[in-house]
Design a protein around this ligand. Structure first.
Ligand code: GLN
Ligand code: MG
Ligand code: MG
Ligand code: MG
Length: 446
């Protein structure tokens, strides 16, 4: 059970906390916070802090610009010390907040509320979604001017065993900080590309998983800064090597039992699991607009880099969109390999859950599992096996989102409208820029 207000106040006193951050995210997943000093702790904990939402991305609606931050006391934690100077100024704690209208009703544009609504829908059917996430990221050097570069200073990750490599030390430091903050980390390792790393979270309920990812990104960046490096969650910062994904292992529990397992089913998967996978596959083009939300996201989704390109599932192959890892029993799960870490984790989990629940309700049967490397299949073979392609770019993905009634409904009108508007503007900006590749390719050719 979450601690009471009085208990959190006590913890703030005992922990010598000077500032409390009231944390939430905008529609794009950017972490936002309002920091309050001691004198405001009581007011903050009782949900009395108001802010002007009109300049927050996706919150804009002049007529409802005053919003209240309602703290979710179960998310209270005291930040570890990130730097020496910081320590001298006293400790900082944070609480994740829901965003409410002045009437006390939830604000429909709050991504956390969008996820909670799907969680409630699952709960009506007696189901709880669990999610285990595997965020990947790059550590880059900063230039003389302090700005980020795409240099890694990590020349391989293959032959550089590098016990003294900055990246290795930093990754361990990040994992330590996360453990200190109470997160359950299952492992941390170097990924395939130079300078690329991964930290794996133990599975937890969907809301906690989304809260963890948004906090995680902040912590990684903060610790990297301390080491003079830049941590980037850009899905494809360097062409020609693996990009960064955010694989999500999904399972649905009922009364403490994993509904995905059925010893008698094919692959020991239950009908529920198959329908859930069916829903994920069917809605993946629309989902993509949330799980892969940047122009750059689609440069990761190309053949040859362990990222999905086609709509297919498999019990073995890592080129598939959904892979079912070998573990069974209560560990039976579907690994959704589409998302990348530039997504808003609340919206991403909300639409994954909505798609899976729709699959269960509609009894969607997925196409047969594909066990071979899909990158190597011909167009004819793909057609034969009912393997569709994912959207090619953000423009396509946004259209797929708008056409998908299930995914659109999961966002709700307010979030959908603002999301499409912000993302289409982003696309238009990109489309109007002349990129270096075009100059290189065409300048003296045409
Ligand atoms: N980096 C790959 C991706 O883009 C995943 C690699 C892996 O974890 N096997 O999804
Ligand atoms: Mg992994
Ligand atoms: Mg990985
Ligand atoms: Mg994985």
């Amino acid at each position: 059970p979450p601690p009471t207000q009085a208990r959190v106040l006590e913890l703030l006193q005992e922990g010598r906390v000077n500032f409390l951050r009231l944390q939430f995210t905008d529609i794009l997943g950017t972490i936002k916070n309002i920091e309050v000093p001691r004198s405001q702790f009581e007011k903050a904990l009782s949900g009395g802090v108001m802010f002007d939402g009109s300049s927050i991305q996706g919150f804009t609606r002049i007529e409802e610009s005053d919003m209240l931050l309602a703290p979710d006391l179960s998310t209270f934690l005291i930040y570890p010390q990130f730097s020496r100077e910081e320590g001298e100024r006293g400790k900082v704690a944070r609480i994740i907040c829901d965003v409410n209208l002045p009437s006390g009703e939830p604000f429909p544009g709050d991504p956390r509320f969008v996820l909670k609504r799907q969680i409630a829908r699952a709960a009506e059917a007696g189901l709880t979604l669990y999610a285990g996430t595997e965020p990947e990221f790059f550590l880059f050097e900063r230039g003389e001017d302090g700005r980020g570069t795409t240099r890694t200073g990590d020349h391989a990750g293959y032959f550089d065993l590098a016990p003294l490599d900055k990246g290795e030390r930093l990754r361990r430091e990040i994992a330590n900080k996360l453990v200190e903050m109470g997160f359950e980390i299952e492992g941390a390792h170097h990924e395939a590309a130079p300078g690329q790393h991964e930290i794996d979270f133990r599975y937890q309920d969907a809301l906690a998983a989304a809260d963890a990812i948004s906090t995680f990104k902040f912590v990684v960046k903060r610790v990297a800064l301390e080491y003079g490096l830049l941590a980037s969650f850009l899905p494809k910062p360097v062409a020609g090597v693996n990009g960064s994904g955010l694989h999500v292992h999904l399972s649905l529990f009922r009364d403490g039992h994993n509904t995905f397992h059925d010893p008698a089913g094919e692959f020991e998967l239950s009908e529920t699991a198959l329908h859930f996978i069916g829903g994920l596959l069917e809605h993946s083009p629309g989902i993509c607009a949330l799980t892969n939300p940047t122009v750059n996201s689609f440069k990761r989704l190309v053949p040859g880099f362990e990222a999905p390109v086609n709509v297919a599932w498999s019990t073995s192959n890592r080129s598939a969109l959904v892979r079912v890892p070998a573990k069974r029993g209560n560990s039976t799960r579907a690994e959704f390999r589409l998302p990348d870490p530039s997504c808003n984790p609340y919206l991403a989990l909300a639409v994954m859950l909505a798609a899976g629940l729709d699959g269960i309700e509609q009894k969607t049967v997925p196409p047969p599992a594909i066990q071979r490397n899909i990158y190597q299949m011909t167009v004819r073979e793909k057609r034969h096996h009912r393997v569709r392609e994912l959207p090619r770019d953000l423009y396509d993905a946004l259209d797929s989102l708008e056409r998908d009634e299930v995914i659109s409904a999961a966002l709700g009108n307010h979030a959908l409208e603002h999301y499409l508007r912000a993302k289409r503007a982003e696309w238009r900006n990109y489309a109007a820029v002349v990129h270096p590749w075009e100059i290189e390719q065409y300048l003296d050719l045409v």
